[in-house]
Design a protein around this ligand. Structure first.
Ligand SMILES: [Zn+2]
Ligand SMILES: [Zn+2]
Length: 334
């Protein structure tokens, strides 16, 4: 696992370097990304899709993947991540059709705007004052130097793909976008292989499609590269979610682990409720959240918390093994 972590860290570093170099070109990248995605979709439905088996099943599935891909990309670019200096956003979902319905009949209690169940140990977040913008902010919030605001459950600032921070309210769309992009590029690369040979003149049949061979081949190469890169990135994020950590916390917690070990203690991440529960809470599905189908349709749903309270391991109020004053601040993080 240590090896896998190092590989992930290496990719994280490449991702950050890429973000830094191309930061200023954010909106241009979004435009380019939409153009490339659209060209990919046209190539796929013109060349590959008509040759897929069981069209009654594969056609609706392909359409569903494309709709999810564009919808989650749109949402991750437009839904703000949630800031420490704004009022709770958990009420904004009333009456809009693209919001999924919560399960009916589940027992819910209100605690500072948080919808929670009795099984969860919801604890009020400790607050601290941001040294950069002076805002009082709950734990798991970090200051983004590019947005110049404190972002709830800050994961990272993403200028290349979405041009904003990834935090509490849009992290779910970000991860689902990566997953659907990885599925789409896999299907293109896998089912399109035979057409590559055809485009290269391997078979005697002429190229009968409206899309020119060169466009199909270029998108094919892009899909193959994207499949590798995006699958690794999506796995990195899902692994972090399953561990109950954001990108920032996975680095911080490693430091805390070393500090605690030096004293002969064990650091425990109290947000880690077990792999399955962590994933359930992140996507807010399962017994007390939204139905599982919300993962397969491009619907908006609320996070399980308003960012001012967090679910922790039973009986814990903070991370054991971490002493007051040892917490890393944004000065070290960024
Ligand atoms: Zn701040
Ligand atoms: Zn930001």
């Amino acid at each position: 696992m240590i090896c896998a972590k190092q590989v992930f860290r290496c990719f994280k570093w490449i991702e950050r370097a890429g973000d830094a170099i191309t930061g200023a070109a954010g909106p241009v990248f979004i435009f380019l990304a939409v153009c490339l995605l659209s060209t990919g979709v046209v190539c796929f439905f013109d060349v590959v899709q008509p040759t897929l088996p069981w069209p009654w099943l594969t056609t609706p599935l392909c359409i569903l993947v494309v709709v999810n891909l564009f919808a989650h990309y749109y949402l991750v670019c437009t839904v703000p991540p949630g800031f420490a200096d704004e009022i709770s956003r958990l009420q904004e979902s009333n009456g809009r059709w693209w919001w999924a319905r919560k399960r009916t009949g589940t027992r819910r209690k209100q605690l500072t705007g948080v919808q929670w169940s009795e099984e969860l140990n919801m604890t009020k977040a400790t607050t601290s004052k941001c040294k950069r913008c002076g805002v009082m902010r709950p734990e798991r919030t970090h200051h983004c130097r590019i947005c110049k605001r404190c972002v709830l459950k800050f994961d990272h600032h993403c200028p290349v793909r979405v041009n904003q921070c990834i935090g509490l309210h849009n992290e779910r769309h970000f991860v689902l976008f990566l997953v659907y992009l990885s599925i789409a590029s896999f299907v293109y690369a896998w089912a399109g292989w035979d057409h590559v040979l055809s485009a290269l003149g391997w078979y005697s049949d002429p190229w009968i499609h409206r899309v020119p061979e060169v466009a199909f081949l270029l998108i094919y190469i892009l899909a193959a590269v994207l499949f590798l890169a995006v699958t690794i990135m999506a796995s990195y994020h899902i692994y972090g979610i399953a561990c109950g950590e954001t990108s920032v916390e996975s680095q911080d917690n490693e430091y805390y682990r070393k500090m605690a070990k030096g004293r002969g203690e064990d650091f425990v991440n109290s947000y880690d409720l077990g792999k399955l529960k962590n994933l359930e809470l992140f996507f807010n599905v399962g017994p007390n959240g939204y139905p599982i189908y919300t993962l397969f349709f491009p619907l908006r749903i609320q996070p399980y918390t308003d960012g001012h309270s967090w679910a922790r391991k039973q009986g814990m109020q903070s991370h054991p093994g971490l002493r007051t004053g040892e917490e890393l601040t944004d000065e070290e993080d960024l």
